[in-house]
Design a protein around this ligand. Structure first.
Ligand SMILES: CC(C)(COP(=O)(O)OP(=O)(O)OC[C@H]1O[C@@H](n2cnc3c(N)ncnc32)[C@H](O)[C@@H]1OP(=O)(O)O)[C@@H](O)C(=O)NCCC(=O)NCCS
Length: 319
């Protein structure tokens, strides 16, 4: 017995940053960004804090699941950088929604939601939880190098939440890591120690886009294939793929490599860009709310990101 997804919720900032506005900040243009990435606009935090977004997504997911915060046995927040180093973002959510259960964070970059599902699976299998809240939220705009056109056009802020309950809808799950701080890295930033002998680097995202691209176009199809095989299914059994929204060309390549019809890949990258660990659950939430998902559908979720990490799983949708 593992889990079923009982409810989802989403929260993105109000401010819409278009490709045209970005073109006034760095030397780029709408056509380049659309054709190379599929992104048309992204949301950026102005007035919102990451905690407010987490709480909004969490409350919507709780309402959708039909449970209250006091029924939660665990909160897992996947994020690269919460509001504070401590308390964890999970504890900030716990405080604001009025829960009393344990709470912690997991950092697996863009694969964070699937890492959190894998951790949650263990709690259900060990019968340590009846209800778990996962919130996957990132606020990459505050570590983006806004002078680097090769990265600043790609990312956006936002995330989503899922409430899990006991059930048997998780059919397989895999996570991987391949330690690599060269192709994608965000240093911590200033070090306050007067004793430390190493140089501290600014907290800005560095990425070798082509290397990440090469990793992703192999990792995404391999992850989906492995998860489907582990579930004892065929690729043709998958009703909908919820892929990490990093680049539309990565999604198109994965679809072609797997010979899964492209229409089965849910995409909303045009509106949000890459929201890191928020990406897969935002897409899951929108697929559910838009009626694309039907009860009984078999879903493949797949993500890759800094680490380098990957996560993939197959889930039955029984909502
Ligand atoms: C970043 C990425 C979009 C770049 O696309 P690309 O087609 O590989 O483009 P290149 O890096 O080869 O750059 C091609 C040219 O466009 C230029 N360019 C880069 N960014 C640009 C921008 N925003 N606007 C206009 N031109 C740009 C480059 O300078 C280069 O010019 P040159 O040929 O004169 O040197 C692509 O590699 C990618 O999506 N990688 C994966 C990133 C990712 O998924 N990261 C998140 C991991 S979770």
């Amino acid at each position: 017995m593992s889990f079923s997804i009982l409810g989802t919720g989403k929260a993105v900032p109000e401010y819409v940053l278009t490709n045209d506005e970005l073109s006034t900040m760095v030397e780029t243009n709408d056509e380049w960004i659309r054709t190379r990435t599929g992104i048309e606009e992204r949301r950026i935090c102005k007035g919102e804090t990451i905690t407010e977004l987490c709480v909004n997504a969490a409350n919507e997911a709780l309402e959708d699941a039909g449970i209250t915060a006091d029924q939660l046995d665990l909160i897992i927040c996947s994020t690269m950088r919460g509001e504070n180093l401590t308390p964890s973002q999970g504890c900030m959510i716990q405080k604001e929604i009025g829960a009393t259960c344990p709470a912690f964070d997991v950092n697996a970059a863009c694969s964070g939601f699937i890492y959190a599902l894998d951790i949650a699976d263990g709690y259900f299998v060990r019968k340590k939880a009846k209800h778990i809240l996962i919130v996957s939220m990132d606020n990459l705009s505050n570590i983006t190098n806004w002078k680097d056109r090769s990265t600043c056009v790609l990312f956006g802020d936002g995330g989503a939440a899922a409430v899990l309950g006991e059930g048997d809808d998780l059919l397989s799950i895999n996570i991987t890591a391949n330690g690599n701080d060269v192709v994608l890295c965000i240093p911590h930033g200033e070090n306050s120690s007067p004793f430390y002998e190493h140089e501290s680097k600014p907290a800005l995202l560095h990425m070798m886009g082509n290397d990440v691209y090469k990793f992703a176009v192999t990792a995404m199809p391999n992850g989906i294939r492995t998860a489907v095989e582990d579930a004892g299914l065929q690729l043709s059994d998958i009703d909908l793929v919820i892929p990490h929204q990093a680049n539309i060309r990565i999604i198109n390549t994965a679809a072609a490599k797997l010979d899964i019809p492209r229409e089965k890949f849910f995409c909303n990258i045009n509106h949000y860009g890459n929201t890191s660990s928020g990406s897969v659950p935002i897409a899951l939430h929108e697929a559910s709310r838009s009626g694309v998902l039907k009860k009984g559908d078999i879903l493949a979720l797949c993500a890759f990101g800094g680490g380098l990490t990957t996560g993939s799983c197959v889930i039955r949708w029984s909502k």
